[in-house]
Ligand binder design. Sequence first.
Ligand SMILES: CC(C)(COP(=O)(O)OP(=O)(O)OC[C@H]1O[C@@H](n2cnc3c(N)ncnc32)[C@H](O)[C@@H]1OP(=O)(O)O)[C@@H](O)C(=O)NCCC(=O)NCCS
Length: 348
Amino acid sequence: MEDIDSSVDLDPPIPPVPGLLFRGFRGPEDYRLIADLLRAKALADCRDDDSTPESVARDLADSAGFAIRECLALAVADSSLAAYVRFHRRVESDNGLVYLIALNVLPAWRRGGADAALLGWAEAAVARMAEADRASGVLGSGAPAPCVAPAHSSDPSKIELLEDRGYRLVRVFATMRLPAARVSSIEAPPLPEGVSIRRAEACHYRAIWDADEEAFRDHWGHEAPSEDEYRLWLADEKAFRPELWKVAWDEASGEVAGSAWCHVIADKLFVDSLSVRRAWRRRGLGSALLALAAGQAPGLGVSEVRLNVDAENPSEAFRIYRDFGFEDVSTMPVYRKDLSIPSRGGTA
Ligand SMILES: CC(C)(COP(=O)(O)OP(=O)(O)OC[C@H]1O[C@@H](n2cnc3c(N)ncnc32)[C@H](O)[C@@H]1OP(=O)(O)O)[C@@H](O)C(=O)NCCC(=O)NCCS
């Protein structure tokens, strides 16, 4: 393989790794490279991902005011992508301001230096961003810069890297599955009195979005969504499948009481979001919505139902899923490291 050791147009530059060119974002063609990498990585890690150039463009557009160029670094091998890192700023209801670092490396390049180099770049870039955020008052003047990085049990090399660099585990999410063959044996519990399920029409989308957002306010890492995110949700041609949703309405008030959003990737039905607003909780509505959503699996010809859940979900969703018969597939540990204020020249 040609020994490319350049790091172009990246600030700070990345130390060379044989066979890789590190560079910044160059334009829409990079959306395709990133989508290809995400799908290849998921396939290698036995996970599901249906990223497209369009979905990557949408995701990168949500950079909380950063230019994509400032918060994305790519490692290119020949004409394909070996790895990339991206960070963006989030203001979470419980954790306050955090810098979320997403590092994605193809299996062939793991532990080869690219992963550590990209993470180091992201930390240095975050440290600089945090300096500007302190100056503008977005971050407290003496506050460290909290970096949050998700990992996955299918990639132990990333977990090792994060732990080696001083990140500590703060939360664990789980991916769970229920085989379609077992769905038919589940009987949907009755809906609470005065609540009915109706087909989602376009005129309901905003109310359904707002109800879900309200229900998730006490969820770990919740961030109040922007209007842009609402528009991106409506425009997501793969995940936005209202014909597969189950929406519960309170007949007396005409309000949305809860909903389950679903979409299909390959041969799996994903329950993307299950929520019940507080006033309607603990009356069996969440269980009913889940049963109705999952109950679509045999008719759709999929092999299983999947969902992701915070293992410490404050409303005990994890236990509800377990009681339903969902079993663990994998875990997604989330790590955090607080970068202290650099003392002239380096970061902690
Ligand atoms: C998780 C969530 C959807 C559950 O909704 P819900 O309508 O409260 O769920 P259910 O009523 O079906 O079940 C919850 C509890 O109420 C109990 N319950 C069900 N029917 C009941 C009734 N008639 N009377 C009293 N309790 C009842 C259930 O048994 C369960 O409690 P238990 O497991 O201790 O027995 C809801 O709390 C929520 O929206 N949370 C925030 C968003 C979220 O975290 N979603 C999950 C993301 S993965």
